[in-house]
Design a protein. Structure first.
Length: 276
């Protein structure tokens, strides 16, 4: 093996170990208990199993493959403190019974790495996208005429300066973007306040402007829908937005779309789970 290949493998292995250590540390700092109940067998802690699930998603592998990797990677077993390798069904059943609130807690723990409790985010962007719930290819869908109509509507909040996702919300049904936006704004405002919020035309409404400016005491930059003159726009804040639109700051809104592009290129736009 050439020296360049050895160096590449060494860097790749280093990234994996760093990910495992950071993920395991975050899981341990969460409120997740080590064992689900006092009568459990205690072969593996919930911290170990959740870290393995995060490692599986990081590697884009299935349950059987990630178990095979653990058998061959001594350093990962050592970092997790695993004495034996869990069966792949153990990991799958743990994932089915874990509560979604655990992932919310992990996100909050991750944000503590980037922000202190009193930090204020300068510019925040909000957008939504869909993840399809099917395994068939797009070519097959076109040939058979079976269009995949079911998808998960996912809304995210992104700090455009640091490119950090500070909040997310998932909906099973087709809902308007603004419905998830109000809930997201409330949740993210409790964690870290923002000075300015950027959104596209789909979120345009006088109610949205009023909520951001009067309740959150922040600046809202949302272009009005298909109107060029303020005389054709109703609402105090929507007219103000039409007359004094801050195009320079609004250009940074594309970064939230970039984040969606990164997520879909990294993990795919199709969901692996059949039940959600």
């Amino acid at each position: 093996m050439s020296s360049s290949n050895k160096e590449t493998n060494k860097r790749s292995s280093g990234r994996v170990i760093r990910f495992i250590k950071h993920a395991f540390s975050l899981v341990q700092s969460s409120h997740l208990s080590q064992y689900p109940c006092k009568y459990s067998r205690r072969d593996y802690t919930q911290h170990q199993l959740l870290t393995i699930i995060l490692f599986k998603e990081y590697r884009k592998e299935d349950y059987r493959t990630v178990v095979n990797d653990l058998e061959e990677m001594d350093r990962i077993r050592e970092a997790l403190g695993l004495k034996t390798i869990p069966h792949f069904t153990t990991i799958q059943k743990f994932f089915c019974r874990i509560k979604p609130v655990c992932f919310d807690i992990l996100l909050k723990s991750t944000l503590k790495i980037f922000y202190s409790p009193d930090d204020t985010i300068s510019i925040t962007a909000i957008d939504s996208s869909g993840f399809t719930s099917g395994y068939c290819s797009h070519y097959y869908s076109e040939r058979t005429g079976k269009i995949r109509k079911h998808f998960l509507k996912t809304s995210i909040v992104v700090d455009v300066e640091q490119q950090v996702i500070t909040g997310f919300r998932i909906s099973k049904s087709r809902v308007h973007d603004s419905k998830n936006a109000f809930a997201l704004l409330k949740e993210c405002h409790k964690l870290h306040k923002s000075e300015c919020y950027l959104m596209d035309r789909g979120y345009d409404s006088e109610r949205m402007h009023r909520f951001i400016r009067e309740k959150l005491m922040a600046i809202s930059i949302i272009p009005a829908r298909a109107h060029q003159f303020s005389m054709n726009v109703w609402g105090k804040y929507r007219k103000e937005m039409t007359d004094h639109f801050d195009a320079e700051r609004y250009r940074k809104r594309f970064l939230v779309e970039t984040k969606f592009s990164i997520l879909k290129r990294r993990f795919g736009s199709d969901l692996k789970s059949r039940l959600f």
